[in-house]
Design a protein around this ligand. Structure first.
Ligand code: DAH
Length: 338
């Protein structure tokens, strides 16, 4: 054994250590070179057989072997650990819980359109729709609305050039649908409506309605009452009742306004129902014979009921939303509650 040999072994050990692929390989090399039955103790043993004159230099070389190899093991170990968690070194902790992407959900208006449509679909209604840009005929004339009716006022309706307008009510879809199909008809039509309303907590120039129309040989006010009662329970809860109040609409006779008993207080009076126990939900009635006639139906052979209600209003009542504008601000933090 001479110095050259020890230096060669040192170089070899250092190069193997630098290439250790993982902790297990590294530990194997440590044992191989520094372990109790490893190379270093064997070389130390051999020291006693060398000539006395060579001992000091060779002893120094072996000491260097030990310190260099020990240092290399430590260095490689640190490098391997840093390699498995590199960002920890850069001040980033991979073990922290992740940030979940926000899960999207349906807008309250969409939710209410879906819920109301689904209830009526289960009762045999199909979903129909019509254009937002309507003719004056379908929005008014075909619905038996006299030429001087207030709802036609320039201050109430957005008129467009060419006898067109932005529909003020989904009732326009009734007239279109009946022109195209023969009875029996059972449809609901959700959609946007437009009115020249000044925006405040309960009004918006653009809002949504859902319309219903049922026409057959013997549809009665009792059918309207029982179907609306069923709808009230499905939408608001099993204890909710409905009541009719006499009203007027050009396209129905008789016409009613429908209230639901307050789902919050059960009818005893609270903030939601303004202490009355009842909440106004929709307009409805028996389709006027004139409307049938204009659609080409024979009022002697068919009867029908129709209803229409505001979707925003339903959303506000069900979700306790106090200002209609919140439905259009699209503040995701607010909408995410529903
Ligand atoms: N279109 C009416 C409105 O916008 C609501 C309505 C009332 C619709 C009675 C109907 C109905 O179909 O029969 O106020």
């Amino acid at each position: 054994m001479d110095i050259k040999e020890v230096e060669g072994l040192t170089a070899q050990a250092l190069s193997e250590l630098a290439g250790a692929a993982d902790g297990t390989a590294l530990e194997g090399l440590r044992v191989k070179y520094l372990g109790r039955n490893g190379l270093l103790p064997a070389l130390m043993q051999g020291l006693k057989d060398v000539p006395a004159a060579d001992k000091p230099a060779l002893g120094l070389a072996l000491n260097r072997f030990k310190t260099d190899v020990t240092a290399a093991v430590k260095e490689r170990k640190a490098a391997l650990e840093a390699g498995t968690r590199p960002a920890l070194e850069a001040g980033f902790d991979y073990s922290l819980p992740g940030r979940w992407p926000r899960q999207g959900r349906l807008h309250p208006i969409t939710q209410l359109i879906d819920r109301t449509s689904a209830i009526f679909r289960r009762m045999g209604f199909v979903v129909a729709d019509g254009p937002d840009i309507e003719t004056e005929y379908y929005n008014f004339d075909a619905l038996n609305t006299p030429p001087d009716h207030v709802s036609r006022d320039l201050g109430d309706t957005f008129y467009l050039p060419g006898g067109l307008l932005l529909r003020t009510q989904t009732s326009a879809v009734q007239a279109r649908y009946m022109e195209q199909r023969q009875p029996p008809v059972r449809i609901v039509c959700p959609g946007r409506c437009y009115r020249r309303d000044t925006t405040d907590a309960t009004h918006s120039a653009n809002f949504h309605q859902i319309e219903g129309l049922y026409v057959d040989a013997k549809v009665s006010l009792a059918d309207l009452k029982s179907d609306i009662d069923h709808f009230a329970r499905e939408l608001m809860g099993p204890a909710v009742k409905s009541r009719f109040r006499a009203h007027f609409f050009p396209f129905t006779e008789p016409s009613v306004e429908v209230d639901f008993s307050c789902h919050m207080c059960g009818g005893t009076g609270c903030r939601v129902c303004k202490q009355s126990g009842w909440i106004e939900i929709m307009g409805a009635g028996m389709v006027d014979p004139n409307v049938f006639q204009m659609a080409g139906y024979d009022p002697e052979n068919v009867t029908g009921y129709a209803f229409g209600m505001g979707i925003e209003r339903l959303a506000m009542i069900l979700f306790g939303i106090d200002d209609i504008r919140r439905l259009y601000e699209n503040d995701v933090r607010y909408l995410a509650q529903f």
